[in-house]
Ligand binder design. Structure first.
Ligand code: ASP
Length: 317
């Protein structure tokens, strides 16, 4: 049995108001990823680690999501991106923090995982390592879309506090019209034909974040976790996921015999929520359970299971 789940970020306050003009493209890109990678995973052509890397790579290329091209802008109007990836069977992990010129931050994170040491690199050091290892670099401006520039402008004009979260931005979107969207961190979790698990997450962070701010996404155990029982990718207000070690907590919960993944994930979101961590997560367990819970208006999500693809945005699906 193979499983692949994706998210494209969570956010928003109040009831879901239906699709924005950019949503069909977001959903189509998730479906395309699942359509291509699901059968390859099932056939044993790719393992779980490769599946999550390729999935996140593809979503980093989709400008409607907040990762790679289309990342949100910090308080100075610049892009800086975080990404991490983890393999369940041996706990190997790689992560990059605050990179500004990589087309695919997840590839560099994966490269660090493969290299084995260091597990985590930040800023100019990470960029120099990536350049030396021939990861594709781009001019930082090439990652900035008109949409994100407009969103940043609105954030600045509205004098939102630095570090305004995607969640705030999503709420702001409702005031500003549908052309400005908030959420969009991307993540993937997979179970492969050999029963192995992996997880990956990539983000531009939060609009208006102070330069240097680090969220949960690149921190193994906070935004991303995979072990022999479960793979997890989180999205939401990063500080709370960090403080709760949220993704790792799912791993802890799954150590119980016959643990129910939905109950474990709900319990973890209960830990995160009082810390201000509204958002969601996606998780797959080695025994084939899937949970895609969120505590906000919407979470872009998709699942490939038994050859069938399901996607959702709002609460009903
Ligand atoms: N968790 C991400 C961060 O705090 C943002 C998100 O998931 O929307 O950087």
């Amino acid at each position: 049995m193979a499983l692949l789940a994706l998210h494209g970020g969570a956010g928003g306050d109040g009831p879901w108001r239906g699709m924005t003009p950019m949503d069909p493209q977001r959903v189509a890109s998730m479906e395309a990823v699942l359509q291509v990678l699901g059968p390859r995973l099932e056939a044993g052509d790719i393992d779980a680690l490769t599946a999550v890397r390729l999935a996140v790579e593809a979503l980093e290329d989709e400008p409607g999501f907040n990762a790679g091209v289309g990342s949100v802008l910090d308080a100075n109007g610049q892009v800086s991106m975080d990404a991490s990836i983890m393999r369940g069977q041996d706990g190997a992990a790689g992560s990059v923090v605050g990179v500004t010129n990589l087309r695919h931050p997840i590839q560099a994170a994966h490269g660090l995982l493969q290299q084995g040491w260091p597990a985590m690199m930040a800023g100019p050091g990470a960029e120099a390592w990536a350049a030396k290892h021939d990861y594709e670099t781009v001019l930082p401006d090439a990652l900035i879309t008109d949409l994100r520039r407009a969103q940043w402008q609105k954030w600045r004009d509205a004098r939102l506090h630095p570090g305004a979260t995607d969640e705030d931005d999503a709420a702001l979107d409702h005031d500003l019209g549908e052309e400005v969207d908030g959420p969009g961190t991307v993540g993937a979790v997979a179970l492969d034909a050999h029963g192995h698990l992996a997880a990956a997450t990539s983000t531009g962070g939060m609009t208006g974040k102070p330069p240097g701010r680090v969220g949960d996404t690149p921190v193994i155990g906070a935004g991303t976790w995979a072990d022999q029982r479960v793979a997890v990718s989180c999205t939401g207000v990063g500080e709370a996921y960090l403080r709760a070690c949220a993704a790792h907590e799912v791993g802890v919960g799954m150590r119980q015999d016959e643990a129910d993944l939905t109950e474990v994930c709900d319990h973890v979101l209960d830990l995160v929520e009082p810390l201000g961590g509204r958002g969601g997560l996606i998780a797959i367990s080695a025994d084939g359970q899937v949970a895609l819970p969120f505590r906000v208006t919407l979470m872009y999500r998709g699942l490939w299971r038994h050859g069938a693809i399901t996607t959702g945005i709002g609460p009903d699906r």
